[in-house]
Design a protein around this ligand. Structure first.
Ligand code: ADP
Length: 354
């Protein structure tokens, strides 16, 4: 059943008609009870009807813009409902209607922002799942094929068995690292880690990390030097996270360096309250088009993919996220064919060096 709707203007006009009828009824009552003379009744009645007609006309004229303002909000709501998020209405008319239009526009903008955010995070989540699935597939397939070959007795020679076991170990380590990286990233995204910054001697972080990577450095016969300001800086941060940033950059530096290459850590003051930490390598360098992208999750250059070494492309994303948590920035400069220079900033404790 179709519901009958009464227009806003009709309500106002009816109210006007009722008040007019009430005045006329009172006049008639006075006249019929001899409280008013016929001439006075005619006079007052005529004046009331004339005033009523004028008021009727004014109502029609004044309610028109109000009706239009309401209709505009109705149309914009319908557009939003049909998917045109962010639709806005002009801010015109009396104060209450301007306020309503402003609030409507703010609501519409917020709705659009929320939907955009959801769409972005949905897309990122989809990409993350696809990348994780892809990065899990290769090591899992290798683990399956190599363990089956060993179990079925297809390989028997001791040397081949050892090489198969080596592949299994290498892939297991890789899987473990991937899972750890993903876990760390999801914790960082969720903001689950509390951030309790302390004063940390930067030199200790650099030296300890170099010690942890000693074997890898020796395997490639790399020469490493550390250049610190005279007063070795104390930075403000979480020590384990600082080690992770430095470790991720060093790991990449080692991997991309040629045998017998040089790696240089240098620390310089950055203004009054910060230091810039730089790692320079003599690797193949990074083409300009890739320099922004390498900090994205799962981004690996084609050459890195071809060599099939290294992680899943999460190391720099984690470093960037951690540097951001410390209130710093990270970036890279590079000359393809000559090397790269990764640089990040950290705040110094008390704004002064040691
Ligand atoms: P992964 O090392 O696991 O590939 P990262 O996030 O650490 O992931 O690095 C992303 C990409 O950045 C690497 O695949 C590589 O192409 C490039 N890259 C990182 N460090 C260097 C470096 N020192 N020299 C050249 N390329 C680098």
């Amino acid at each position: 059943m179709k519901r009958r709707t009464v227009k806003f203007r009709t309500y106002l006009l009816l109210a006007n008609a009722f008040s007019l009828a009430a005045i006329l009824a009172v006049l008639f009552y006075c006249y019929s009870h001899m409280l008013l003379k016929a001439s006075a009744f005619a006079w007052l009645g005529g004046a009331t009807v004339a005033a009523g007609a004028l008021s009727f006309l004014l109502h029609v004229m004044l309610t028109h813009p109000l009706e239009r303002a309401i209709a505009r909000i109705g149309e914009a709501s319908a557009q939003i409902a049909s998917g045109s998020l962010g639709t806005e209405v002009p801010i015109v008319g009396p104060a209450e209607f301007r306020l309503l239009a402003e609030q409507f526009n703010a609501m519409s903008r917020q709705l659009k922002e929320s939907f955009d955010r959801i769409a972005r995070s949905e897309a990122a989540r989809g990409e993350l799942v696809a990348n994780v699935a892809h990065d899990l597939r290769t090591p899992l397939a290798l683990l399956q094929s190599h363990s089956e070959a060993l179990l079925d007795g297809i390989v028997e020679e001791e040397e081949t068995v050892r090489s198969y076991l080596n592949v299994i170990r290498k892939e297991t380590v890789r899987l473990g690292e991937l899972v750890k990286d993903l876990f760390d990233l999801s914790r960082l995204d969720a903001g689950a880690e509390s951030f309790e910054a302390r004063a940390v001697p930067l030199e200790d972080v650099l030296v300890d990390t170099l010690n942890a990577y000693r074997l890898k450095l020796e395997n490639k016969r790399l020469e490493v030097s550390v250049q610190l300001p005279e007063a070795s800086p104390i930075v403000l941060g979480v020590e384990s996270e600082l080690r992770r940033i430095v470790g991720n950059l060093l790991d990449n530096g080692i991997r991309h360096s040629p045998i017998g290459g040089r790696l240089v850590w240098s620390v310089e003051p950055e203004g009054e309250t910060a230091v810039a930490v730089t790692l320079r390598d003599e690797g193949e360098g990074i083409p300009e088009a890739e320099r922004e992208r390498i900090f994205e999750r799962f981004y690996r250059s084609d050459s890195a993919r071809r060599r099939d070494e290294g992680g899943a492309g999460l190391g720099l994303a984690i470093a960037k996220s951690l540097v951001g948590r410390h209130g710093g920035t990270i970036g890279v400069a590079s000359r393809p064919g000559e090397g790269s220079e990764f640089r990040f900033t950290l705040r110094t404790a008390s704004g002064k060096a040691r």
